[in-house]
Design a binder for this molecule. Structure first.
Ligand SMILES: Cc1ncc(COP(=O)(O)O)c(C=O)c1O
Length: 405
């Protein structure tokens, strides 16, 4: 079969692959624990469900405006005013098939083949592949201070005459780090000065812990006019636990939004009107679900930190937000793919290898599951890795025996 040059360069999503693997093992009846998940387990807000059903009941489920139904655009405008303190016009907003597609469209609309897009390491697994889908070149920026908190110098050092855009995701998937105010301010101003697009992937911006203050990229911008190259990405997937609705959005200058809308028109015609209605229900409904999710996640983060800190040889940085932590397991195995496979095979725990995020030797562990999953999952990891633990363990109704060193 002859595939396009671009198709040949694209790898599958390791996180979606693991979801599939989990489903297969579960189906087989294996007592597997998923510590690699990327979605909160709370229920979708009732208002989202009611709004979706109400529209479904009309039995008139038609095409919608490509950039989003007016009610959704208005709800996003209100959201932007409330959480970003910025009044935007309808022409600055478009909704898309999840934050993922909004990022993809933004890249397709601004990046030419051969140009470069920079993002700090560790990065979300999809950024390099999205950049490659544009025929462009992903440029990971490794923090020189070897922490999860980048500094402007890391980005500056990766700039070339081909750089077109920078992507920043804070709080960050996989590390959970919320970048410093200094860095966000520096990067916003740097991109303005260098005339680069800056895509702020804010999908976790309300899921932050320890009373930390959310940072608003607009606060640091000096040139917020019709030519601004600052793009804000957000959506309902994570904060409202609505991953299956596939609704995200972009806020940007009107020319860019128009270009993204034109592209979306020929790709999907826009997201389903049903799930757009659902997103309106969530955005306009009772917001206490977000605080309650945030609270639950903070408690689970604390539980996971306590358990990982008790695991000799693992190095962890406390996440400031999200529902992930990115732990250094390199003392056990520098090859995180092998380590992750070992944990599935020997202890029935699913973790995401660090390679997909640009850092081998690390595993991404999620704390969006139940407390029992976290406790049991990390106890199993301890059993699989610690040679001093008992030779046998019972998982489900099966006895597992240590047959490795
Ligand atoms: C950093 C980041 N950006 C974007 C997305 C995509 O969000 P959505 O499900 O709304 O497409 C994810 C999902 O895992 C993510 O972690």
């Amino acid at each position: 079969m002859s595939l396009s040059k671009i198709a040949k360069t694209i790898k599958g999503s390791p996180t979606l692959f693991l979801n599939k693997k989990f489903a297969i093992l579960k189906e087989k009846g294996d007592p597997v624990i998923h510590l690699g998940g990327g979605e909160p387990k709370s229920k979708v807000p009732m208002e989202a469900v009611t709004a979706t059903i109400k529209h479904l009941n009309t039995r008139e489920i038609r095409y919608a405006p490509v950039d989003g139904i007016p009610e959704l655009k208005q709800a996003i405008i209100n959201y932007t005013e409330e959480f970003y303190n910025r009044k935007v016009a309808s022409a600055n907003v478009m909704s898309s098939g999840g934050a993922k597609q909004a990022i993809m469209l933004a890249l397709q609309a601004v990046v030419n083949p051969g140009e470069e897009v920079i993002f700090p390491v560790p990065y979300w697994v999809s950024y390099p592949e999205m950049v490659r889908l544009c025929g462009a070149v992903p440029i990971p920026a490794y923090p020189k201070n070897k922490s999860f908190y980048p500094q402007l110098k890391d980005i500056e050092d990766r700039i070339s005459s081909l750089t077109k855009a920078v992507i920043i995701n804070s709080p960050n998937n996989p590390s959970g780090a919320m970048y410093s105010e200094e860095f966000i301010s520096d990067v916003v101003q740097f991109c303005e000065k260098k005339d680069l697009y800056l895509i702020m992937d804010d999908i976790y911006h309300r899921l932050i812990f320890d009373g930390k203050k959310r940072l608003n990229p607009y606060d640091y911008a000096k040139k917020l006019d019709d030519n601004s190259k600052l793009v804000i990405i957000n959506g309902v997937s994570k904060q409202y636990a609505m991953t299956g609705f596939r609704i995200g959005w972009a806020i940007a200058n009107n020319n860019l939004i128009e270009a993204m809308t034109n592209m979306q028109a020929h790709q999907t015609s826009g997201p389903s009107v049903l799930t757009q209605k659902g997103a309106v229900g969530a955005l306009n409904g009772d917001q206490s679900c977000i605080e309650s999710l945030r609270d639950t996640l903070e408690n689970k983060r604390n539980l996971m930190m306590k358990m990982l800190n008790d695991l000799d040889g693992v190095k962890v940085t406390k996440p400031d937000g999200t529902f992930y932590c990115f732990a250094d397991f390199s003392t056990f195995n520098k090859n995180s793919n092998k380590l992750s496979e070992h944990l599935i095979d020997k202890a029935q725990v699913l973790t995401v290898p660090g390679t997909g995020f640009g850092m081998d030797g690390y595993l991404r562990l999620s704390y969006c599951g139940t407390e029992q999953d976290i406790t049991e999952g990390i106890n199993r990891i301890r059993w699989a890795l610690d040679p001093n633990s008992p030779a046998e363990i019972i998982i489900g109704d099966k006895k597992y025996t240590r047959d490795w060193v």
